[in-house]
Design a protein around this ligand. Structure first.
Ligand code: HXC
Length: 286
């Protein structure tokens, strides 16, 4: 007897799966995070994106809102993730204007290329503060709303109704620290902290229905990260080290995001999804 479709394919990636849900995203005006949010908005969510540059953040919010008729996208600029109270105020504003927070993407990051012997204490601290403290501030400010959202989606404390997820966190990390990357000690130290934070949240907050996972993008086309790396290594050398022989796309990061936030990702918690064409495995291959 043939299998019914639902037995082998998840019927969840379709328009409307995030209807009436809200995603809160730091670093939301950047190339990768804006694509993650755009995909969520396309599939029904409203969004609040956070950035440091007012003009860039508001412009990106208007742009993302065109992904779906009737979408509400709030762009809050001049918010520095290093400032706890700024994040608390941003989360409150999001809840006031959009009605809650169901999903969080902690994506704000700082980076530059520098050898460790030329790195000042303040340079390391700046990146640690943006990546680690900023991600912590983001989760801390939104956790009460995520818990509310998760509680709504737990019917009997164990199961979730179809077409309903909430209380989910994604940290945007990196693969730089898996095998060591020259000129990236500061980011490697910071991203290792972000990865550890995600696991800690997953095990502590899991019983409330909250999930916390990491997406670790490799070299993604048209991003600042790849532009900088290509300056050092040259575009062709960077490309050759990737088993897939190409840079990734922002769509591929958005796909991982939808997976983790949708019903497809219900049982994934405390994990890292590496989206890098297999690159980090080749770090020791010449
Ligand atoms: C050495 C540097 C430096 C550099 C800054 N610093 N740039 N040291 N080499 N190229 C030092 C400064 O001298 C200073 O230390 C300290 O860092 C703080 O610098 P500020 O400019 O005062 O800090 P701030 O304005 O807060 O900027 C933070 C930043 C900056 C991290 C330094 O680059 C930034 O805001 N970046 C945000 C955008 C960004 O980088 N996005 C990319 C993410 S891509 P002293 O001792 O002088 O006071 C990504 C993927 C990467 O993460 C993939 C691989 C490349």
């Amino acid at each position: 007897m043939p299998l019914e479709k639902y037995q082998y394919i998840s019927d969840v990636w379709r328009e409307g799966i995030f209807d009436n849900k809200v995603v809160f995203c730091t670093g939301g005006a950047g190339t990768i995070c804006s694509a993650q949010v755009r995909a969520m908005v396309h599939l029904g969510a409203n969004a609040c994106i956070i950035g440091r540059n007012v003009e860039k953040t508001e412009k990106m919010a208007r742009d993302i809102a065109t992904a779906r008729k009737g979408a509400k996208v709030l762009g809050l600029g001049a918010v520095d993730v290093r400032k706890t109270e700024a994040l608390v105020a941003a989360a409150e504003r999001c809840v006031k204007e959009l009605g809650g927070i169901d999903f969080v993407i902690a994506g704000a990051a700082g980076n530059f290329l520098a050898p460790i012997d030329q790195l000042s204490t303040n340079a390391l601290k700046s990146v640690m503060d943006i990546d680690v403290l900023g991600s912590y501030n983001t989760v801390k400010a939104t956790l009460p709303y995520l818990a509310e959202s998760a509680a709504k989606h737990l019917t009997d404390g164990k199961t979730r109704p179809k077409n309903g997820t909430g209380g989910r966190i994604i940290f945007v990390s990196a693969t730089l620290h898996y095998a060591g990357t020259p000129l990236q000690s500061h980011v490697s130290i910071a991203k290792a902290g972000v990865d550890a934070m995600s696991v800690a949240i997953a095990i502590e907050q899991g019983p409330k229905g909250i999930t916390s996972n990491v997406i670790a993008p490799g070299p993604i086309a048209d991003t600042e990260g790849v532009a900088r790396l290509s300056k050092v290594e040259g575009r062709d050398k960077s490309m050759k080290s990737i088993p897939s022989q190409r840079f990734g796309t922002v769509k591929e990061i958005a796909d991982a995001t939808i997976y983790l936030f949708s019903d497809s990702g219900n049982y994934v918690n405390g994990e890292t999804i590496v989206v890098d064409g297999g690159q980090w495995h080749t770090a020791s291959v010449d």
